[in-house]
Design a protein around this ligand. Sequence first.
Ligand code: NAD
Ligand code: TYD
Length: 339
Amino acid sequence: MNIIVTGGAGFIGGNFIHYYLKEHPEDRVICVDKLTYAGNLSTLAPVMDNPNFRFCRLDICDRENVFSLFEEEKPDAVINFAAESHVDRSIENPGIFLQTNIIGTATMMDACRAFGNIRYHQVSTDEVYGDLPLDRPDLFFTETTPIHTSSPYSSSKAGADLLVQAYQRTYGLPITISRCSNNYGPYHFPEKLIPLMIANCLNDKPLPVYGEGLNVRDWLYVEDHCKAIDLILHKGRIGEVYNVGGHNEMRNIDIVKLIIEALGKDESLITYVTDRKGHDLRYAIDPTKIHEELGWLPETKFQDGIKKTIKWYLENRQWWEEIISGEYQNYYEKMYGNR
Ligand code: NAD
Ligand code: TYD
């Protein structure tokens, strides 16, 4: 199989490419990535010399060059990870989220239609379901929970999901959608909660906790997400949505304290800062469907996954130090300078 993976220089796409080439050495992977601030070629260094891998720097909205690539590579499947992915950035600047997340998705699907109704998988998020109240731990997102978004990021992802479903119904495009909870693991850009707290802890910098730190996220080790997408691609039912998550809900403040303890630092580093606008309270996935239909279950327990993740950040300082010393520094000042 020839597979186009978009957004492969980012966190989950990069982990997916490493995983996929190991699991399917007979397949060929073509990574399409624009290399925005979130894309790092160093994430793909371990596979760059693999003869079954090709990197192509390309914007998924660039219709002409996307079509040329399809013409040249004749892919059997497309997995679309490419997106603007950070909620805080979407609050500052929604436009690029609409462009990449919606127009980019449409462009990739148009190419799939034009070159023989190619199998298309959309990597989506549980954030399209909005949030759940903190005092109702009995409630979970299922695939039939109504779309109800809070941020420009989640709205753009929801718009893309609706478009993906419309392309199936209208044109018969063979699609699937996965909606996953928060991921963590290696190669996670240090603007997101877990890597930001690890990096700041290691540099003895304040740990900015939004509001009171009581918001809840459902954390999944990134490799478990990669396995779920691989299963859906090969065995998922066409036209279906699959929720992916591992019943691992944690409050932000507890995650921060756990990282402080693991790194032997002091809780005095915690700094409570102004809350995020429209901050979603709680995300929690019900993964019954993917478990019953495809046999998927998360394999990495949080206690193990977070240890592996912290170890990775300790052993790969160069990867994240290069990021936080560059353009990201301006972002950090802007977002946290007067917060
Ligand atoms: P990321 O921000 O780390 O990576 C995104 C990648 O997409 C980067 O390599 C970037 O260069 C590339 N990209 C951005 N715009 C592009 C464009 N116009 N054309 C081509 N490439 C472009 O994101 P991530 O955390 O790896 O998320 C990947 C996908 O998974 C996204 O679709 C996101 O919505 C979804 N998702 C993420 C999480 C999470 O916890 N991180 C959870 C559920 C779903
Ligand atoms: P984030 O990693 O941005 O993921 P998402 O908002 O997509 O779930 O944030 C996870 C949670 O951590 C969210 O409730 C916001 C909170 N948070 C902080 O408290 N401080 C921070 O500096 C960041 C980046 C996030």
